[in-house]
Design a protein around this ligand. Structure first.
Ligand SMILES: Nc1nc2c(ncn2[C@@H]2O[C@H](COP(=O)(O)OP(=O)(O)O)[C@@H](O)[C@H]2O)c(=O)[nH]1
Ligand SMILES: [Mg+2]
Length: 364
């Protein structure tokens, strides 16, 4: 499962968003001076699963999911939580909730509301934590080199120096271009600034005109420079309004959203953008028992994708029967798709694409 961690300054709206996304409203009591996280699961909104369910009338409909971690208590959630708290340390991506709402009744950590300052402060924290790791590693490498220089050590040293230089120049590692081998070499270090980062601008109720346009909201908030880097995304939400929408029945909620020029709630965009930022896609399975979306990294081969469902299916893999979601829905049945030669038989090396509906043939 994909794991993300909500980071940010106190009272930026992390817990409000967490509850909206995961529907988990029972916050456990803060532990005794110990940092603790609460973990919840968000469904990745995907109308394709619903359309398949219209066709197959399955017993069960299951969307893809993303896990979110939120820190218990009002403290600041930055690099320290990412180093100390397991669900944070293991996060595949970071979601930085940035306060742009003004509400004077909600205390703020600084004198004025300044999203760009907050974004920079959080970035600096991540960079400093990573810098400490590179320095420690370089010391170690230099010591090892005194015992004997190997090509592996030379290569690692060059890479770590490149990382250190970037960090010292204020550049997060997620923006560094690297080969797959280099990426693999760095994996064990769990660099914080190498994780994909989603900036969530929590807008003021008075600024809802910006909700539909994350890029524009980011510009107004002074966040444009952060977005020029690879692995960084932005979404604008207003947690207060989302909470209000959550109280409405479906029709009223839709009308409220339409008034704001939105097709769906902001939290859906947060979940979806996180998923995109991580480079994940969904393939689908459909049948009378279950219609379901499954997440795999872009570029995954059919046999590996089969293993997401069950290791037996991967082990006994024979063929993947693949049809595009659009074709299946347009034709109304797999049989009709077959008549129109829209069903392909693919081997284990086939690269699964977003929106493939797959039936795995396997030997038991
Ligand atoms: N006016 C306003 N208040 C908000 C908004 N989002 C969150 N809040 C309030 O700000 C306070 C802190 O929010 P919370 O989610 O607990 O922040 P956290 O410390 O980042 O977890 C709560 O009282 C929220 O109801 C918003 O968009 N507008
Ligand atoms: Mg909180």
């Amino acid at each position: 499962m994909l794991r993300t961690a909500l980071i940010g300054f106190p009272s930026s709206g992390k817990t409000a968003l967490f509850q909206l996304m995961t529907n988990q409203h029972e916050a456990p009591k803060a532990g005794h001076g110990k940092l603790e996280a609460v973990v919840g699961v968000a469904r990745v909104p995907d109308v394709r699963v619903d359309r398949l369910a219209d066709l197959y009338k399955p017993k069960k409909t299951t969307p893809a999911t993303v896990e979110f971690a939120d820190l218990v208590g009002p403290g600041r959630t930055g690099a320290q939580a990412l180093l100390d708290v397991a669900p944070y340390r293991n996060a595949d991506a970071l979601v930085h909730v940035i306060r742009a709402f003004r509400d004077p009744t909600v205390t703020h950590h600084a004198d004025g509301i300044n999203p760009a300052t907050d974004a920079q402060a959080m970035e600096d924290e991540l960079l400093l934590a990573d810098l400490a790791v590179t320095e420690k590693r370089l010391d170690r490498i230099n010591r090892d080199m005194k015992k004997g220089r190997t090509p592996e050590l030379e290569r690692e040293k060059a890479l770590i120096i490149r990382c250190k230089d970037a960090l010292e120049n204020g550049l997060p590692l997620r923006g560094l271009s690297m080969t797959d081998d280099e990426r693999k070499m760095l994996r064990g270090f769990q660099f914080l600034s190498a994780k994909p980062l989603l900036l969530v601008v929590n807008l003021d109720e008075a600024d809802t005109a910006l909700l539909a346009d994350g890029a524009r909201a980011a510009e107004v908030a002074g966040l444009t420079t952060f977005l020029s880097r690879a692995g960084t995304g932005v979404v604008a939400v207003c947690a207060k309004i989302e909470l209000e929408i959550g109280q409405l029945d479906a029709a009223d909620a839709q009308a409220f959203l339409a008034d704001l020029g939105l097709a769906e709630p902001g939290v859906n965009r947060v979940i979806r953008t996180t998923y995109d930022l991580l480079g994940y896609i969904s393939f689908l399975t459909a049948g009378e028992d279950e219609c379901r979306a499954w997440s795999v990294p872009r570029g995954t081969h059919a046999q590996v994708a089969a293993g997401e469902i069950h290791s037996d299916i991967a082990r006994g893999f024979i063929r993947a029967e693949v049809v595009r979601f659009e074709h299946l829905v347009a034709r109304g049945s797999l049989g009709t798709c077959r008549e129109h030669a829209e069903v392909r038989l693919e081997g284990k090396e086939y690269v699964v694409e977003d929106g493939d509906v797959i039936n795995f043939r396997f030997a038991t």
